[in-house]
Design a protein. Structure first.
Length: 509
């Protein structure tokens, strides 16, 4: 390798970053090196190379340039532009950014960088002040494009591992749904509020606290920043940060067009897509009332045409000892053992009859039934009275007999969630299984570094970027560094608590 390593300046979950010097071209560069234990994974190795190749094709003044691929100590490495300057995170900390004019400048330049990447199909996934560099001339450059996408590789997204920076994550990232350009726009909105005010609006002491703030966020909460900004710019931020993706600006190109023209009327007109819904809501409610009345009037004469499936009267759940046994070892739920002993009849839970299914609707409840919407965070397989009804998000409610029913939510990284509900005739109810309400968080710190194993299963290498999610209980944590004797600790993880383990290796092998 032709480069001279000067200093290691950062180490993360996937890469180490070095400042180096290129004697041939006589310039400083950054060298991002994939960790050895990740480089041994052929899928991840190839993904790292593909992402580097994609980013090398980006040509924008507002994106840190990728120059080439090389190797360092038999691991793939990306040669990147070294930016003389500082990070936006550091500028926010010293309070020098808190003006509307500067915030608009950051928004404009960052959006130009996002457009260059998004139009090549590259989503960043981790926009935040620390990933926006500011040159000595004041130009904003987005760093780490494409590298955050490594988090989507199945072999990296290990059971129980949280990826992404919680305080800047979008609701769809928290829910582990598909991401697109609008995910980066949400994170940019969060970043711009911090630039303008110095406040991290989703900051918390744990991942769960951050996640709760994000999932309960409403754009009306941004109105309190109007005095530090302008009505038009706050409307623009609302368009970036709408909780539902479909309510946000559709792309970075559209966001740039709105901001670049600095046309307040355009911002306000676009914002009406979700900030002025009352007329549409009243019209929709009126339509539903009219439709409901029509159905009631027609029901006696038409009821023989529908042939609805009969609601279930299924057997009770297996006892709790059998369910608890399905989670032995706390290292994943085995679906087969959870439903072991269930009714083996081939009958599946009926949700819709063929006619309403073809029409895309849900059959109305009858005098002895009601409907239930089943949701979860994140996804889950859902069992009603021991029968699998599908995987969330379910497209339609389920029809259930009036009376009590047992709901079971199953996710491979968490303990199952059981709930008992009472279904009322002609009523619709919603049942949500929130796994994040039933987990604890583990942070591991090791000096100089360590591979971390939980109950003898590899989890990550320190320093962690994010805490590890674990179901409540006792765990054996092994810290492994090839130059030292292993360190073993036992830890008791409690629901909603964050536990930190700190170890220091002493004495060579």
């Amino acid at each position: 390798m032709q480069f001279t390593i000067e200093e290691k300046i950062q180490e993360g979950a996937f890469t180490s970053v070095y400042r180096a010097y290129d004697p041939v071209l006589q310039r400083r560069i950054l060298l991002k090196v994939l960790h050895k234990h990740h480089a041994a994974d052929s899928d991840l190795h190839q993904r790292f190379i593909r992402e580097a190749q994609a980013c090398a094709a980006l040509r924008s003044e507002y994106v840190v340039q990728v120059y080439s691929l090389t190797e360092y100590e038999n691991c793939p490495a990306i040669v990147m532009e070294f930016v003389e300057g500082t990070s936006l995170k550091q500028l926010i900390a010293d309070g020098s950014t808190r003006t509307l004019a500067y915030t608009q400048k950051v928004a404009l330049q960052t959006l130009r960088g996002l457009v260059a990447a998004h139009e090549r199909g590259i989503i960043h996934r981790d926009i935040k002040p620390g990933n926006i560099l500011v040159t000595t001339k004041g130009t904003c450059k987005i760093s780490d494009f494409g590298l955050a996408a490594l988090a989507s590789v199945p072999s990296v997204t290990m059971q129980g591992m949280v990826l992404g920076t919680p305080a800047y994550m979008s609701p769809e990232q928290i829910r582990q749904e598909e991401v697109d350009q609008r995910t980066d726009l949400f994170a940019l909105g969060v970043t711009l509020i911090e630039v303008l005010t110095g406040e991290r609006i989703f900051e918390g002491t744990s991942y769960a606290e951050c996640a709760k703030k994000i999932l309960t966020f409403q754009v009306a909460q941004l109105d309190r920043f109007t005095a530090q900004s302008s009505t038009e710019f706050i409307q623009f931020l609302k368009l970036l940060m709408a909780p539902q993706k479909q309510d946000r600006l559709a792309s970075s190109r559209e966001a740039l067009a709105v901001l670049d023209k600095q046309d307040s009327s355009l911002v306000i007109n676009v914002s009406r897509r979700f900030t002025s819904p009352k007329k549409h809501s009243f019209a929709l409610i009126g339509s539903i009332i009219v439709l409901f009345i029509a159905v009631i009037l027609l029901l006696p004469s038409r009821i023989s045409d529908f042939n609805y499936p009969q609601p279930l009267n299924a057997p009770a759940f297996p006892d709790s000892s059998r369910t608890a046994g399905a989670h032995a070892g706390k290292e994943g739920i085995h679906h087969d053992s959870l439903v072991h002993g269930m009714n083996n009849r081939s009958q599946q839970l009926p949700i819709l009859n063929p006619r309403t299914l073809a029409a895309g609707g849900t059959p109305p409840a009858t005098a002895d039934s009601g409907t239930v919407r089943l949701t979860s965070n994140p996804w889950a397989k859902v069992y009603v009275d021991n029968r699998l009804v599908g995987e969330t998000p379910l497209s339609r409610p389920v029809v259930l007999a009036a009376g009590k029913h047992e709901i079971l939510f199953v996710h491979p990284s968490f303990d199952p969630i059981m709930q008992t509900i009472t279904v009322l005739p002609f009523r619709e109810s919603t049942v949500t299984g929130n796994f994040f309400d039933h987990v604890g968080y583990l942070i591991c710190l090791a000096s100089p570094w360590a591979e971390v194993y939980i109950n003898d299963q590899y989890k990550d290498t320190t320093p962690f970027e994010k805490p590890i999610l674990l179901s409540p209980g006792k765990y054996k944590v092994r810290f492994k560094n090839t130059s030292f004797q292993d360190i073993i600790r036992e830890v008791n993880v409690r629901s909603k608590d964050t536990t930190t383990l700190v170890v220091t290796f002493k004495g060579q092998r």
